[in-house]
Design a protein around this ligand. Structure first.
Ligand code: GLN
Length: 428
């Protein structure tokens, strides 16, 4: 059958990546100019906002609602947080926690984060010196970038990358240098990684377990990153929000525990994914003293603080027993296995992710011109929402044969989605 393009639209949110031979000047030129296809035609709007659209991930949630689709786009569960955690929140609302906390986080939460960071990650954090509690890890990431980047500094970003890092770089003034994680195993070419570090590199952004690929960085890979950071005096900003969603007994390694990286790593985490409470907006950063001081200033004037009662309830989350984390990983592994099998049965090319709750699928066996056409077909005709792959790449073209599915959903929701996706069999 013929497949039309239902809703063609601009893809990707970052400026296109220059080809290798265009060199540094090309990066500079591209990074400073707004894209016509993203323009808000009102000269009162600041230039920086002309360079990125609203989140494609969150836009797909709105499109899903419009079509009554199963939403496998934006990564959040359709099940509730553990009852111990929601009960703690109710108690906190009645317990005198309704005014501001200390801007960088309630002391009892900082104590609990420090305990957990020591026990699980092996990171030493002084609650008075090294911790900043933020409105989700999203704010922590933006606050870190605003606290580190001077206009024109370079940021090394592994690609495909979680969409937010693009606007984080644009708003903070960083020029991204992408290092490819290659389909289908998401391996990294060490030479390409080395070449991405220059004397202008200020930060490397690393997300492990990785969204959207599921890649878990090994200790050896982290050691290579650590050596490059030391050689080039670079700060690593690591997003470890999926640290407990790892499969087949894989071990999460925090970059801050490799060599002397604690001195130059900002480790970002939060409540959202581990405790299935993405709407609470409680996140945090663990950073060396001076960088934590800088982040506290930025954070203070961005948001003042995360919701105080929910910070207090987060203490209860962090005190859950080890069995909670084992069960979380087990349950997600089971979802992953059944879900990925279902996608493969529909004819999609995808592999079992090693961690996190996303899977990238190559749909190039089907006759669609690009990822948006395929995603719109899925949402409008089969009523399953996904994220077009281009939104995870600096150059949208590089992601055009992929879409991202996520599987943080009840088993019955995933079963329904898999059965709808089988409709693809009629397309070939
Ligand atoms: N991290 C999730 C995703 O990638 C949700 C992002 C968000 O909306 N903050 O889908």
């Amino acid at each position: 059958m013929g497949v039309g393009v239902f809703n063609p639209r601009p893809t990707g949110f970052c400026a296109p990546r220059p080809s290798a031979d265009e060199g540094d000047d090309a990066i500079a030129a591209i990074e400073t100019k707004a894209r016509d296809d993203l323009a808000i035609r009102d000269r009162r709007v600041a230039d920086r906002v002309q360079k990125f659209p609203e989140s494609v991930i969150r836009e797909m949630t709105r499109i899903a609602a419009l079509h009554g689709a199963v939403n496998l786009a934006q990564g959040y569960p359709d099940f509730e947080p553990p009852p111990e955690v929601t009960e703690a929140a109710k108690r906190a609302l009645d317990g005198g926690y309704n005014q501001y906390s200390i801007t960088w986080g309630a002391r009892e939460l900082r104590d609990a984060i420090a305990r957990r960071a020591k026990a699980f990650n092996g990171i030493d954090a002084d609650p008075e010196a090294n911790l900043v509690v933020t409105c989700g890890s999203t704010e922590a990431m933006m606050a870190a970038m605003l606290s580190l980047i001077n206009e024109g500094d370079e940021a090394v970003i592994f690609e495909p990358f979680y969409e937010n890092y693009g606007p984080d770089a644009i708003v903070s003034g960083a020029r991204p240098r992408y290092v490819r994680m290659a389909w289908p195993d998401w391996g990294i070419d060490e030479e390409q990684l080395k070449a991405a570090f220059t004397d202008r590199t200020k930060v490397v952004i690393l997300n492990t377990p990785n969204n959207p690929t599921g890649k878990i960085f090994t200790r050896d890979e982290l050691r290579v990153v650590a050596d490059l950071c030391a050689d080039h005096d670079v700060v690593a900003v690591t997003d470890e929000i999926y640290e407990h969603i790892v499969f087949e007994g894989a071990k999460h390694v925090s970059l801050a525990t490799v060599g002397d990286m604690a001195e130059r790593t900002i480790t970002i985490n939060g409540l959202s994914k581990t405790y299935s409470a993405t709407g609470w907006r409680v996140g945090w950063a663990i950073a060396p003293r001076t960088l934590a001081s800088a982040m506290r200033r930025t954070h203070d004037f961005l948001t003042v603080g995360a919701p105080h009662p929910l910070q207090i309830a987060t203490v209860a989350a962090l005190n859950l027993p080890e069995s909670y984390y084992r069960e979380l990983a087990r349950a997600y592994q089971q979802k992953r296995d059944a879900f990925v099998r279902g996608l493969q049965a529909a004819g999609l090319d995808c592999r079992l992710p090693a961690g996190a709750y996303y899977v990238m699928a190559d749909f190039s066996a089907f006759p669609f011109p690009d990822d948006w056409a395929f995603a719109m077909y899925l949402v409008e005709r089969l009523r399953v929402a996904v994220v077009p792959g281009s939104s995870f790449y600096g150059n949208p073209k590089d992601g055009q044969r992929f879409v991202r599915f996520m599987f943080s959903k009840k088993d019955e929701t995933l079963r329904e989605a898999v059965s709808r996706v089988q409709g693809l069999r009629d397309v070939r």
